[in-house]
Design a protein around this ligand. Structure first.
Ligand code: ATP
Ligand code: MG
Length: 138
C-alpha cells in the first residue's frame, strides 16, 4: 500500500544550506515529492502547528525557533511512508540518532533538529492540509 507523510526542513537546516542535501537523501530513500514549498511560519502558525506540545516546557522555544526563518514543507509518498520516514530522520535528539539518518548528519541539538516527520497517517494528512490546498497536492 502506498501512502503519504509530511515533512518540514526546519529553519536551522535552511540557514546552514542543508536543504539540497536533505532533499537528496529523501529522494535516494525512495520518497516521491507530491507537494513542496518554501515558506516562513508566523509565531501564530508555528504555535498552531505544534499545539499538541502547548503544555511542554520547551513550547515557547519551539515556536520561536520554528518561526525564525524559512522552512521547506513537503508531502512525500512511498509505501509505509510515515514509519519509513521516521526511520530515515532518526531520533528527536541527534545524539541518539542512528548513523546515516538525516538528524545524525544535519541536526545540531534536540531543539534544532533539522527536520520534522509526521508521527501517524492521520497527522500526516492534517499537517499536509495545513500547508497545501488540494490543488497543490499531486
Ligand atoms: P517532529 O515532530 O518535529 O518531527 P519529533 O516527533 O521527533 O519531532 P516531538 O516530541 O514531536 O519530536 O517534538 C517536537 C519538536 O519539539 C522536536 O522535533 C524538537 O524540535 C522540539 N523538542 C522536543 N523535545 C524537546 C526538548 N526536550 N527541548 C527542546 N526542544 C524539544
Ligand atoms: Mg513529533
Amino acid at each position: 500500500m502506498t501512502n503519504r507523510t509530511f515533512t518540514m526542513i526546519k529553519p536551522d537546516a535552511t540557514e546552514k544550506g542543508y536543504t539540497g542535501g536533505i532533499l537528496k537523501m529523501i529522494n535516494d530513500a525512495g520518497f516521491r515529492i507530491v507537494a513542496m514549498k518554501m515558506t516562513q511560519l508566523s509565531t501564530e502558525k508555528a504555535g498552531q502547528f505544534y499545539e499538541v506540545h502547548k503544555e511542554r516546557p520547551f513550547y515557547g522555544e519551539l515556536v520561536s525557533f520554528m518561526s525564525r526563518g524559512p522552512i521547506t514543507a513537503a508531502i512525500l509518498e512511498k509505501e509505509n511512508a510515515v514509519e519509513d520516514f521516521r526511520k530515515l530522520i532518526g531520533a528527536t535528539n541527534p545524539a541518539q540518532a542512528e548513523a546515516g539518518t538525516i538528524r545524525k548528519l544535519y541536526a545540531a541539538s534536540i531543539g534544532e533538529n533539522a527536520v520534522h516527520g509526521s508521527d501517524s497517517d492521520e497527522n500526516a494528512a492534517i499537517e499536509g492540509d495545513f500547508f497545501f490546498s488540494r490543488l497543490e497536492q499531486f
